[in-house]
Design a protein around this ligand. Structure first.
Ligand SMILES: Nc1ncnc2c1ncn2[C@@H]1O[C@H](COP(=O)(O)OP(=O)(O)O)[C@@H](O)[C@H]1O
Ligand SMILES: [Mg+2]
Length: 274
């Protein structure tokens, strides 16, 4: 008897795809909170995922981070098909920063330790010592994210903006090929947000930086240099593609279910109700 081939056998992701989802669905209770969704992120692309609260942005990112397995559909990440790969081998190749992860960093952890522990995919210094090379890399990241003077401070004593920068430095520790940032500017004051937007813009323009996905629901937080956008509403894609054709008045008004006036000046976007 010939059994139907498991879907993983015939899902051949595109060669240049860093992340590819096909008919992905996540079901909770009686409803699909995400999908069915098709999405392909190719090497070198920098994506904004935008949509109102509850649109499914974090759910989508959790799948991309191999933290959540979809109810249906196929997912390929870094040429590996989810379900046919050991996610613990895949995870060091994916950087993740999210509120959920921030909550797992012990308050007494020192900043430099919170960064270096990412090399082992753990939060909390449970090992006695780390390789010198890891220490050096962590210190380099701490410095490039403007955290040097805080390297010995306890995570719990940091401001929200400082914590966000620690988490991003941490997510880069394993030199990932895919970097996922879930609302990194949430809770920051204006100066903190602007500093972060500038740094993310620099990262987006760095050719050696990993493929990037930045989740936000504020148009003002879109850093110049991002190339693509996916607009979500109720778990569905309202629009997806090159950023200038996606973050338009029409698409954004549809995604947020509000007539919006959108302006773009010097690579920065703003939106107000019409
Ligand atoms: N475990 C769950 N059970 C039921 N509903 C859930 C569960 N997790 C998330 N949801 C719902 O799914 C929707 C999408 O959530 P989420 O991905 O966190 O949205 P976003 O990040 O865009 O704000 C929300 O309406 C949320 O309430
Ligand atoms: Mg969210």
């Amino acid at each position: 008897m010939t059994l139907p081939a498991p879907s993983n056998d015939w899902f051949l992701p595109d060669e240049d795809a860093v992340l590819q989802m096909r008919r992905v669905r996540v079901r909770r209770g009686q409803t699909d909170i995400l999908g069915p969704l098709d999405w392909t992120l190719r090497a070198g692309e920098r994506w904004i995922v935008m949509g109102p609260n509850g649109a499914g942005k974090s759910t989508l990112l959790q799948i991309a981070a191999t933290r959540l397995h979809p109810t249906g559909g196929e997912v390929a990440i870094l040429e590996e098909v989810l379900g046919a790969v050991d996610v613990f081998e895949l995870r060091p190749r994916i950087g993740l920063s999210s509120a959920q992860l921030a909550a797992q960093v012990p308050h007494e952890e020192k900043v430099q330790d919170a960064v270096v522990t990412a090399a082992y995919g753990v939060t909390g210094t449970w090992r006695e010592s780390y390789e010198d090379e890891d220490r050096m890399r962590a210190l380099g990241l701490v410095s490039s994210w403007g955290l040097s003077r805080l390297a010995h401070r306890r995570f719990g004593t940091l401001s929200e903006g400082e914590r966000k920068r620690v988490l991003i430095a941490r997510s880069l520790m394993t030199d990932p090929e895919l970097l996922l940032l879930d609302e990194p500017a949430a809770g920051l004051d204006l100066a903190g947000r602007e500093a972060l937007v500038a740094q993310l813009s620099e990262l987006a323009r760095d050719e050696d930086a990993p493929a990037l996905v930045l989740v936000t629901h504020h148009l003002e937080e879109v850093p110049p240099g991002f190339t693509h956008a996916l607009l979500l509403r109720d778990g569905h894609a309202v629009a997806a593609g090159p950023i200038e054709q996606t973050l338009t008045e029409g698409h954004l008004s549809a995604a947020f279910d509000t007539p919006l006036r959108v302006t773009r000046t010097g690579g920065r976007y703003t939106a107000v109700a019409q």
